[in-house]
Design a protein around this ligand. Structure first.
Ligand code: COA
Length: 261
């Protein structure tokens, strides 16, 4: 694992906890933080002992307060495209990550921070969390997938309102809109994130990977193609040791012991 300045990767049993830690700037994403995020996810991707990831931000105030505005202020048209593409690439790798990724949002998730949470498979938030896409107030647009993922998650009309007003969305509204699935007190966030992931990671790793693949694929394709794809993945799972173990364990009235094969 290469040395990282702004990202911490910790192992806790079968979980990897990835923490953005740049607290003096509310964990804002400069180019180096984005690059290191990619390295961090890459480092746990092929680790067979890791069954899931919790992504969070260091400190009490922020998940990630956005892309680094000081850095963005210096971009020109060409470097702007590169900045956007570099972020999109890392965020897409998170969305396509072959193990479940939960964002535990404690505090501000603005701009690139909101986009980062949206790229994760699941999101829970603390009561003090604030989401938002304030980019238009800076004369730019969300450039890390936010103009696409928010609408896919909560519907175009609501996403347009949030994007064009730049208003912050408090945790309660975020839950009502379906941006997060639970809101918990700040001091319970990390325990609740671990409890949720414990329910997820006990399940068959290959099955979870293919379930995510089928669901994300369906967003981009026709119903007929999505159903075909689902059937093929369903059939593929019949060849796995995980399926044999899951069904045998049920019939033998014991807990399954999956090995991700
Ligand atoms: N980029 C760069 N620096 C940022 C940042 C960002 N997105 N968000 C916060 N910071 C920095 C502040 O400049 C400040 O640094 P300083 O102490 O060197 O001046 C530090 O983080 C603390 O932020 P501060 O603004 O003092 O905290 P606050 O509690 O008063 O306000 C926010 C919190 C989140 C409301 C405010 O920081 C903010 O609006 N940030 C920008 C959010 C944004 O527009 N994000 C989208 C960017 S595309």
């Amino acid at each position: 694992m290469p040395e990282l300045n702004y990202i911490r990767v910790e192992r806790e049993g079968d979980l990897a906890i990835i923490t953005v830690d740049r607290q003096d700037k509310l964990n804002a994403l400069n180019a180096e933080v984005v690059r290191e995020l990619g390295v961090a996810f890459g480092s746990v991707r092929d680790d067979g002992e890791v069954r899931g990831v919790i992504l969070t931000g260091a400190g009490e105030k922020a998940f990630v307060a956005g892309a680094d505005i000081g850095e963005l202020a210096t971009m020109d048209s060409l470097s702007g495209v590169e900045v956007s593409r570099a972020g999109q690439e890392v965020f897409l790798a998170i969305e396509r990550f072959p193990k479940p990724v939960l964002a535990a949002v404690g505090g501000y998730a603005l701009g690139g921070g909101c986009e980062l949470a949206l790229a994760c498979h699941m999101r829970i938030a603390s009561e003090n969390a604030r989401f938002g896409l304030p980019e238009v107030g800076l004369g730019i647009i969300p450039g890390y997938g936010g103009t696409i993922r928010l609408a896919r998650l909560i519907g175009l009309g609501r996403a347009i309102e949030i994007t064009l007003t730049g208003d912050m969305v408090d945790a309660g509204r975020a839950e009502a809109l379906g941006m997060v699935t639970a809101v918990v007190p700040r001091d319970e966030l990390s325990d609740k994130a671990r409890a949720l992931m414990a329910k997820v990671t006990k399940n068959g790793p290959v099955a979870m990977r293919l379930a995510l693949e089928s669901m994300y694929r369906a967003v981009d394709t026709s119903m007929a193609d999505a159903l075909d794809y689902e059937s093929n993945l369903f059939g593929l799972l019949a060849s796995t040791a995980d399926m044999k173990e899951g069904m045998t364990a049920f019939l033998e009235k014991r807990k399954a012991d999956f090995h991700g094969r």
